[in-house]
Write a new protein. Structure first.
Length: 90
């Protein structure tokens, strides 16, 4: 039985991704060719890192999601600086 829990350092085959997402293997290859799923070709086979398919669940590529979360930590400081600059301009 296929383990469908995502492990961040794990790579999946197109067959495994197709099963997890309930898609055909051909659809997974189409998504790879369009760049919607990032895959690494090793020899003649593709391997898909878990982070590449995390966007299905988060709405963003996982690395973009992580950076977005990191950026949000700085929003209060950015807003404070913007307010200070705006008050100096007035």
């Amino acid at each position: 039985m296929l383990n469908t829990s995502l492990e961040p350092t794990r790579a999946y085959t197109p067959d495994q991704v197709a099963q997890m997402l309930q898609l055909s293997k051909n659809t997974v290859y189409e998504l790879i060719n369009r760049g919607e799923i990032v895959a690494k070709k090793i020899g003649k086979v593709y391997r898909i890192p878990a982070a590449s398919i995390a966007f299905i669940f988060t709405g963003l590529d996982y690395d973009l999601y992580q950076m977005d979360q990191e950026d949000r930590k700085y929003l209060p400081q950015i807003e404070k600086t913007l307010n200070e600059v705006r008050s100096e301009i007035k």
